[in-house]
Ligand binder design. Structure first.
Ligand SMILES: Cc1cc2nc3c(=O)[nH]c(=O)nc-3n(C[C@H](O)[C@H](O)[C@H](O)COP(=O)(O)OP(=O)(O)OC[C@H]3O[C@@H](n4cnc5c(N)ncnc54)[C@H](O)[C@@H]3O)c2cc1C
Length: 306
């Protein structure tokens, strides 16, 4: 691997200085407000720049990690080695007829509201999901009976060799909170959604109803990563956690929400270690009480502190 100075120089050949940050604390970029620093945090503003960064990483054998809005991630306190790619600069949304093309860094909430403005129906479910388009496709995000799989037609990605590909939706093996993007190593650059014509008032009524449900049930006043666990077959994670009397409990500054048992909130300057230990506390207690294994929905990445 080249020296740090050489890597910085190579990054500067691809990106302007204000798109390269060194030792950037990731708690500034995650919804949970957790996480150590990234060696290199870059924000490319063109598809070509993304491809070039991937080729640089391959050449220098540097690991690289995609970051969306950090709303389904816990970055460990030791941070992340190599390059963090944030596509927040790539956030255009365009509409042609019933089709919407959204770049990866656009917030899926903004895409949902744009569909409302355009009187297109199909993305109401996403009106409160605080992720980006890229993160939503990676997770096959969904809520209230809808999911990305229902509306995705195709997506443009960069493959691990830096090639640009357009793939149809079925190439991503989308299932409940799952895609094959981690195995394939794709970087999502844009998604094409196919919607149906609707009426503004009807779409708005659904969006308002879902927003009311979300705001009344979820602890949105604290940083969190949403539902920590997937729905175990035949059960509801929140109910199992509630019935295990875990609400209000946790480690350090992290706590199982008293408002929604499926959430763990960063209540008081939690570390990632507090958060991860709180997740383990919940998994162990639910297993002991009900014999059910809770599988994490949230992803944990990065390194333990030294
Ligand atoms: C309050 C709250 C409510 C939530 N409600 C819901 C809900 O109702 N339904 C739901 O499904 N989720 C929900 N979530 C979880 C989260 O918002 C979704 O999983 C969302 O899709 C994650 O998007 P993100 O951009 O934040 O991704 P991140 O958390 O940044 O990343 C998630 C994964 O996607 C990868 N990734 C990100 N961008 C790209 C890209 N461009 N290309 C390739 N890989 C990429 C990352 O490497 C990471 O592995 C909620 C979270 C919070 C905090």
């Amino acid at each position: 691997m080249a020296t740090n100075a050489s890597i910085e120089q190579q990054l500067q050949q691809i990106l302007d200085d204000d798109h390269i940050m060194i030792n950037e604390p990731l708690r500034n970029h995650t919804y949970t407000k957790l996480g150590g620093a990234a060696d290199y945090f870059v924000t490319p503003s063109s598809y070509e720049a993304v491809q070039e960064v991937v080729k640089l990483a391959n050449r220098e054998q540097l690991p690289f990690t995609l970051l969306g809005n950090g709303s389904n991630l816990i970055v460990k306190d030791g941070g992340i080695r190599g390059i963090i790619l944030s596509l927040k600069e790539l956030k255009d949304i365009t509409v042609e007829g019933n089709e919407m093309i959204a770049q990866s860094g656009a917030r899926i909430i903004d895409v949902s509201y744009r569909a409302l403005d355009e009187q297109l129906t199909g993305l109401e479910f996403a009106c409160g999901i605080p992720g980006t388009v890229g993160g939503a496709l990676f997770m096959n995000a969904g809520a209230y009976g809808g999911e990305i799989k229902d509306v995705l037609k195709e997506a443009v990605v960069v493959d691990p060799d830096g090639n640009l590909l357009t793939l149809s939706a079925d190439a991503f093996d989308l299932q409940y909170r799952h895609s094959n993007i981690p195995e394939k190593g794709y970087i999502v650059l844009e998604a094409l959604f196919v919607l149906k014509p609707g009426q503004y008032d009807n779409i708005k009524a659904v969006v308002d109803d879902l927003t009311y449900k979300r705001e009344s049930k979820q602890p949105l006043e604290y940083p969190s990563c949403g539902s920590v666990f997937k729905r175990p077959p035949g059960y509801f994670a929140g109910k199992l956690i509630q019935d295990s009397h875990l609400q209000g409990k946790g480690v350090g500054g992290a706590e199982v929400s008293t408002k929604h048992a499926g959430f763990i909130v960063n209540k008081n300057n939690a570390t990632a270690t507090d958060y991860i230990q709180s997740i383990e506390l919940v998994q162990n207690t639910v297993k002991e009480t009900f014999g059910v294994d809770l599988e994490r929905e949230v992803r944990i990445i990065g390194e333990d502190p030294e």
